[in-house]
Write a protein that binds this ligand. Structure first.
Ligand SMILES: O=C(O)CCC(=O)C(=O)O
Length: 283
């Protein structure tokens, strides 16, 4: 199937030199509304009591690890660290307590699948040179008001490694993202220095193979965007987001894509799928 690229030379030049690209108005207000209201529904249906056991049973580490690992092919709910009081109960409604939902919304939910496999998404990947791309994970990220946790500086290739590396992040703002409510920040051009470290899964669980370098906060630029904008993130770009101490949430839907042609998904990634992911296209 022939997929035409939809990025122009200036956009490609910006992405290649800076390691990220903002595409304003990538999604319409209607599309945003439908993704958000579908998530409202999923949250409404989510039976928090069934998951509460994860936080209270013995053998805590194993249950937590299993829930995390199995989420690769499920729609799973992860709480904010600060969601719970000392007595272990939620301090606010579940809708305001979830950090993210992942990692297979793009596969299992028709509304999220429709966006994730849309022509505008595949056209973008074609422009970036993908030959047989798969979405390897998706996340609905809430960045809840008051308690939305920070995401420390990282590179996406650390977590979703192919050899050679091919990961790209597609981060869709479902609400305006500002420095006040925890927008993305990145070090422009940092992708050119290559991958710093990897997140490895082995028989003991998961760990990084090296400590994190320390980064100078002065090198980061804020990426403030309006709802509907898509931020394209190179897999080696150093990026982060801060805690959300404001009273406004900052919802986003994020996809991570890797190629399956000309590279190999390595066995010690945290994601070990039982069923192979469907390619978005093959060229
Ligand atoms: O949404 C955020 O705050 C961080 C997201 C991120 O780092 C990613 O999707 O790679």
């Amino acid at each position: 199937m022939g997929i035409s690229g939809n990025l122009n030379p200036d956009q490609l030049e910006f992405f290649n030199s800076q390691g990220y690209l903002v595409l304003d108005s990538f999604s319409s207000a209607d599309e945003i509304r439908s993704l958000r209201s579908r998530m409202d529904q999923l949250l409404e249906e989510f039976d928090f009591s069934s998951q509460a056991s994860i936080f209270s049973t013995t053998n805590q580490q194993q249950t937590t690890d299993d829930y995390f690992f199995e989420s690769a092919e499920k729609i799973s709910f992860f709480f904010e660290e600060k969601a719970f009081g000392d007595d272990g109960s939620l301090k606010q409604p579940k809708q305001l307590s979830i950090n993210k939902v992942g990692h297979a919304l793009h596969e299992l939910d028709p509304t999220f699948k429709s966006f994730s496999t849309s022509e505008k998404a595949t056209g973008l990947l074609s422009s970036l040179g993908y030959k047989r791309p798969i979405v390897i994970q998706s996340m609905y990220i809430f960045k809840q008001p008051g308690i939305g946790g920070e995401v420390v500086p990282h590179q996406d290739n650390s977590f979703l490694y192919t050899y050679p590396p091919t990961c790209t992040g597609l981060w869709l703002a479902l609400e305006d993202a500002t420095v006040t409510n925890g927008c993305l920040w990145a070090i422009p051009g940092s992708h050119k220095a290559g991958l710093v470290r990897r997140f490895i899964r082995d028989e003991t669980g998961v760990h990084f193979d090296k400590p994190s370098p320390s980064y100078d906060q002065k090198d980061f630029v804020s990426i403030e965007v309006k709802a509907g904008a898509l931020v394209v993130i190179h897999g080696d770009l150093i990026h982060q987001s801060f805690e959300n101490k404001s009273s406004t949430s900052r919802h986003a839907y994020s996809l991570h894509v890797v190629d399956t042609d000309g590279c190999k998904w390595v066995d010690d990634n945290w994601i070990r799928r039982k069923v192979e992911a469907e390619p978005l296209y093959a060229s």
